[in-house]
Every structure is written in C-alpha cells, then in structure tokens.
Design a protein around this ligand. Structure first.
Ligand SMILES: NC(=O)c1ccc[n+]([C@@H]2O[C@H](COP(=O)([O-])OP(=O)(O)OC[C@H]3O[C@@H](n4cnc5c(N)ncnc54)[C@H](O)[C@@H]3O)[C@@H](O)[C@H]2O)c1
Length: 391
C-alpha cells in the first residue's frame, strides 16, 4: 500500500471524539472524499478509505480530482453528533478552503455538511482556479439545484451510489448467468443499501434479506422494498412494526446465513473477514460499501472462486454525479445523471469481468491494475508553478 500524502489528526475539546483527515493524492490541488462518523472509526481505516477514493476517481474517469477521506470516531446517534461534526469540519477548514472537498459518508449527511460550509461562506470546497472559473461556478449552481431533486421519491444524492451498485450487480450477474433469477441479501439500509435494494427489485431481482444496525429481516419470496423504505428512519433503520406477518426477524449478525446468489454489503468495513468468509453462500459479492472485506477475508473469497465487483468500481455513483455536473460533462438533469452512472458502472464492470476472465485473475487484483492512479497528481501539486496559492 502506498503511504498517504497527508494525515491530519483532530482531538475534540468537548468530548472524547477523535478524527482524521487523510489525503491520498491531489490532482491539480483538488481532492474529494466523504466524512464518516462511527464509534469504530480508526486512523488506519481512514487511510484505507482514502486510498480507495483515489482509485475511485480514476474509475470515474476524473481528470480533476484526487482521493481523500475523513473519519470521526464517535456515535453518529449521540445527541451532540452534529455539534461534533461541526467542530471537526471547522478544524479542517484551512484544508477545505483550498480544495479538500469533504462530503458525507456513513453516519453523516450531506445537507448537514453543506449547512456548516454555508456558515463559513463556502458553497462547495474549491481550489483558487476553480473559484475563478465561471463554468465551474455555473456547474456548482446546477449541482446545488440537482441536490434537491428526487428520483423514485428519494433525494437524487441518496440514490446515485446505490443505483450504480445495482447496475454493476446486474451487469456482473448477466455476464455470469444471463437472465437467470437471483436472490439478493443486502447489509445496510441507509442511502446506499436502500436505493440499491430498490433498483434491484425494479430490475426483477428478489431481495430476500436486508439487515440494519438493529436487525435482519428475511423473506424467501422477496421483501417489499418500497414499503420498507417508506418506513425507515433517518439512520437507515427499518420499522419492525410495519413488517408483513410472513417476514422473519433475526439478529443482524446472521446476515451471512441467508441463502442467496448475490451478497451486497452496504454498511460497515471488514464485515466479511477471516472469521466468516467461509460462510458466504453467494457466488457474487458486490461491494456497495467501502472496504467491506478485510484482507484475510479477501484471500478466502478469492480462493473460493467467488466473483466480486469491488468497491471503487461498484460505488462510484456519488462522485461521478459531482464530477459530471460540476465540470459540465453531462446535461444537468436527474435522468441524465442516472443514465450516465448506469453506463459507466456497466462499462467498468464489464471491462473488469472480461479482463479477469482473460487473465484468469481475481477481479480485485485486476481492478487495482486497471484503475491505478498515476503519481502525476502528487507531482503537479508539489510543483510550485502549478500550485494553487489562494491561502
Ligand atoms: N452515501 C454514498 O453516496 C456513498 C458513496 C460511496 C460509498 N458509500 C459507502 O456505503 C456504505 C454505506 O453508506 P451510507 O451512506 O448508505 O450510510 P448510511 O449512514 O446512510 O447507512 C448506514 C446503514 O448501515 C446500517 N448499519 C450500521 N451498522 C450495521 C450493522 N452492524 N449491520 C447491518 N447494518 C448496519 C445502518 O442501520 C444504516 O442502514 C459506507 O461504507 C460508505 O462508505 C457511500
């Protein structure tokens, strides 16, 4: 693993929260990634997530952005979680103000982050040259407008990643098994898990199990995804009182026990690991979450011959949305955003599976080869003539 370019540690003055900003690379002084809040966050996890972001921007065909990530070790459901997030972002403001673009991730939401930016006169973090580029400023206006639009009743920004992961799953499954029916189990029912479940059910897949932070619900004939979405809360937790009587409720730790063809982790990191990778029943894993398989778990999955669509190929929807609209690469309307993400997720997944077949190699190894970020982003940033010096 390449060492990260920059690691900043933060210690809250009011609570025991601790946070990190990790920049894996800059491209022309710009870098992007989400902000995660969860009690289990560690510096090492943020470093791995930042690296995945750098690869994700390459998979998104971005020529303008490097990868970074931030994480706060704190309970996202604590009453003062938003105050902790605000203090963290204030501490990171010198970086944000020069082009470290922090969005949302597990345990945080984008609207809350934008509100904090607005307090400090920042619309969306930009470099000096972006701030002076009328096309980019126009793109940001369009992006802001699109953030309030809805698709299938959900906010556009809350479906872009999950829909992209669903298209990747569909592409991979069709390559493997054609039109054969498939049963799907999804871990996590937040922005990503819920929208992925919805799109896959629209595409004709049977969602037979969904877990959240509290429980696992299963139904072999398929769960009614729309109704589960209609009654989920702001933390992505399902309302058990609204379940149909023939649904079965189990502990969320039993998610790998459910018989399925496709498994879609859409919540936490390292949830498939050396202790449970042997129990995976699916023959296709689509990583809608970032780094959901530990390195030891991955070795077992690889040896077992299970196919995967890895994280930075499957879950690039949100950053592709950001890039295409802000840098004016597509017609800025919600259907065009989704169509573009579908096209890219299908193309990348197809390429990944074809290449992996050709080389008889595991998909993750192939993905790290195909989408490797070049070192030039770093060098450009370090070259004074190219540096952005607005600060
Ligand atoms: N939001 C995005 O656009 C985006 C983009 C790329 C990648 N991701 C990745 O997708 C994953 C989910 O992000 P999100 O934005 O949907 O988060 P979210 O906060 O909206 O939802 C998280 C979900 O995980 C569930 N969860 C928490 N602990 C769990 C457990 N032990 N078992 C089962 N479920 C559990 C929560 O109940 C909730 O349903 C993360 O890995 C994130 O990095 C998100």
């Amino acid at each position: 693993m390449i060492k990260p370019y920059l690691v900043v540690e933060w210690n809250d003055t009011e609570t025991d929260a601790q946070g990190w900003l990790v920049v894996h690379n800059f491209v022309n002084g710009y870098t992007g990634g989400g902000t995660r809040m969860h009690p289990s966050v560690t510096k090492e996890e943020v470093v791995r997530l930042a690296e995945a972001m750098a690869y994700k921007y390459v998979a998104s065909e971005s020529e303008t952005t490097g990868g970074c990530k931030s994480g706060i070790a704190y309970d996202y459901k604590a009453p003062d979680a938003s105050a902790v997030l605000r203090r963290f972002l204030i501490a990171m403001m010198p970086y944000i103000d020069i082009g470290v673009s922090l969005g949302s991730d597990l345990g945080t939401n984008y609207e809350a982050i934008l509100e904090i930016y607005h307090e400090f006169g920042i619309d969306i973090p930009m470099t000096k040259s972006m701030k002076q580029n009328q096309n980019v400023l126009q793109g940001i206006k369009r992006y802001d407008e699109l953030l309030t639009t809805r698709m299938d009743g959900l906010l556009l920004n809350d479906v872009v990643t999950g829909y992209g992961a669903a298209f990747s799953a569909d592409e991979a499954w069709t390559l493997k098994r054609g039109q054969e029916e498939a049963k799907v189990v999804i871990q996590g029912f937040g922005s990503v898990g819920a929208s992925c479940a919805l799109k896959l059910s629209q595409l004709g897949y049977k969602i037979v199990g969904i877990s959240d932070a509290n429980l696992l619900v299963t139904c072999d004939e398929g769960l009614g995804v729309q109704k589960l979405i209609d009654h989920k809360n702001e933390y992505g937790e399902m309302d058990e009182t609204k379940f149909k009587s023939h649904y079965t409720v189990r502990s969320n730790t039993e998610w790998l026990d459910v018989d399925c063809d496709i498994l879609i982790p859409s919540a936490l990191e390292d949830v498939i690991n050396k202790h449970n990778a042997d129990m995976v029943k699916a023959n296709l894993i689509v990583e809608a979450a970032n780094i959901p398989i530990s390195s030891e778990g991955d070795e077992i999955i690889k040896q077992r011959g299970i196919d995967i669509v890895n994280d930075f190929v499957a879950n690039l929807g949100a950053i592709r949305f950001y890039e295409t609209v802000i840098f004016g690469l597509i017609n800025p309307n919600s259907q065009a955003v989704i169509d573009d993400i579908e096209q890219l997720c299908r193309k990348n997944t197809h390429h990944l599976f074809e290449k992996s077949k050709e080389q008889s190699s595991y998909q993750r190894d192939v993905a790290y080869e195909i989408f490797r970020p070049s070192a030039s982003g770093l060098l450009e940033y370090m070259e004074p003539s190219q540096m952005d010096t607005s600060y």
